[in-house]
Design a protein around this ligand. Structure first.
Ligand code: SF4
Length: 237
């Protein structure tokens, strides 16, 4: 029986993948993104322990709400830190005809992750920046890892929703959006792109944890900015 560490559960989510979804936020993340909204998910081997059966038992109760597009989303933290647990959850969901979505930063690609991806209907891939320099400075890893992950998804025809949090003064430039468009064009498996506004409601979490929020002084993104960047994305060659 495979067990894993869970941060929290959201029974009827509408922003993490298509349709209505049961979202499982797994505990643990090896990265330290400066824009992170969930520092409370970082610690590894903490949170609540569940078996995969227990999680899927909860998911099944909401099946009637999923309709044709909805299902389960594994998010985090970073779900790739617990690939065997995630795979077992998806395997049980598949037996029951439940659509599977994986929300990840795409930083790990080994055999256990590949086994998980075989059972994944869609990946929500956070491409946080479009330059290696910004990845190293603001995430703490090489961008190549994410691009290698995306290449694998492309080769294996696993549909991808590309997501990027737009952070004013950091990645809200026209140049960044044009580079994002180049990535979208290079990997046809990306069939949807979401630009998400940077928000600072997580400041309280950092304060309560006694941590500095590195982007605490960066302004939030407003709807006008996001709208303008979407239009650059659409019209860029
Ligand atoms: S990958 Fe996600 S959970 Fe991990 S530090 Fe970055 S934003 Fe936070």
């Amino acid at each position: 029986m495979i067990k894993g560490f869970v941060h929290s559960l959201q029974s009827l989510g509408t922003v993490d993948g298509p349709g209505v979804r049961f979202v499982v936020f797994l505990q643990g993340c090896p990265l330290r993104c400066k824009c992170c909204h969930n520092p409370d998910t970082w610690e590894i081997n903490s949170g609540t322990e569940y078996t995969a059966e227990e999680i899927v038992g909860k998911v099944k109760r909401y099946k009637s709400y999923f309709g044709k597009d909805g299902g389960i989303t594994l998010s985090g933290g970073e779900p790739l830190l617990q690939p065997d647990f995630a795979r077992e959850i998806f395997s049980l969901c598949k037996e029951d005809g439940i659509n599977t979505c994986l929300d990840t930063s795409g930083i790990r690609l080994d055999d256990s992750v590949k086994a998980l991806l075989k059972l994944t209907d869609r990946v929500l891939l956070d491409v946080k920046y479009t330059s290696d320099e910004q990845y190293r400075e603001n995430v703490g890893c090489d961008m190549k890892r994410v691009i290698d992950f995306l290449s694998y998804l492309n080769e294996n025809s696993i549909p991808v929703t590309l997501r990027q949090v737009i952070i004013p003064t950091v990645n809200d430039s026209e140049e960044n959006i044009k580079k994002l468009k180049e990535i979208i064009k290079a990997y046809p498996v990306i069939d949807k792109t979401e630009l998400l506004p940077f928000r600072k409601i997580c400041q309280t979490k950092y304060d309560n944890m006694g941590l500095n929020f590195p982007f605490g002084s960066v302004p939030e993104a407003d709807a006008e900015l996001i709208k303008g960047l979407y239009s650059i994305l659409e019209t860029a060659p």
